[in-house]
Design a protein around this ligand. Structure first.
Ligand code: HEC
Length: 125
C-alpha cells in the first residue's frame, strides 16, 4: 500500500471514530469501535514495521471475529463475514510472524473488504 493511502485511511478512520466518542453505545457499536481501534493500531504498526505489536492486534481482531462468528446463526451472512474477517486477521498475524510486510498488506485488504462487505449488506436492507 502506498504511504499516502495509509495516511488517508487513518484519517478516515479517525473521523469515523470521532462521531462515536460521546454518549452510550450499543453492544454492536462497542465491538465495532474495538475493531476500528485494532485496525488503526495495525496500520500504525505496519508503517513502523513493528511486527510484534501488529501480531498482537491481529490476534485480538481474529479472536473477536471468531467469537462474533460463533454467536451468529450458522451459515448466515454475518457469520460468513465474521469468519472472512477472522481468516484475514489470522493470515495478517502469520505475515507478522514472518515479518512479511507484503503479506500483511494483502491480508489487510482482505480484512477491510470483510468490514466493507458486511456494512454494505446491512445498508441494502
Ligand atoms: C458481520 C458484520 C460486520 C463486520 C464483519 C464488521 N462490521 Fe462494523 N458494523 C456492523 C453493523 C451491523 C454496524 C451498525 C451497528 C449499529 O448501527 O448499531 C457496524 C458499524 C460499524 C461502525 C460504526 C459506523 C457506522 O456506520 O455505523 C464502525 C466504525 C465499524 N462498524 C467498524 C468496523 C470495522 C473496522 C470492521 C472490520 C475490521 C467491521 N466494522 C466489520 C457489522 C459489521
Amino acid at each position: 500500500m502506498k504511504k499516502s493511502a495509509v495516511v488517508l485511511l487513518v484519517v478516515v478512520l479517525f473521523i469515523a471514530m470521532a462521531g462515536f466518542s460521546h454518549g452510550r453505545l450499543s453492544p454492536v457499536l462497542q465491538i465495532m469501535l474495538a475493531r476500528l481501534g485494532w485496525i488503526q493500531s495495525i496500520v500504525t504498526e505496519l508503517s513502523m514495521s513493528n511486527f510484534e505489536g501488529l501480531k498482537n492486534h491481529a490476534d485480538l481482531l481474529a479472536a473477536d471475529a471468531q467469537k462474533a462468528g460463533e454467536g451468529a446463526p450458522a451459515e448466515s451472512p454475518p457469520q460468513n463475514f465474521n469468519y472472512k474477517l477472522r481468516d484475514a486477521a489470522r493470515a495478517m498475524s502469520d505475515g507478522a510472524s514472518k515479518k512479511d510486510g507484503a503479506m500483511v498488506v494483502k491480508q489487510f485488504g482482505e480484512a477491510i473488504s470483510a468490514c466493507y462487505a458486511c456494512h454494505a449488506a446491512g445498508r441494502d436492507k
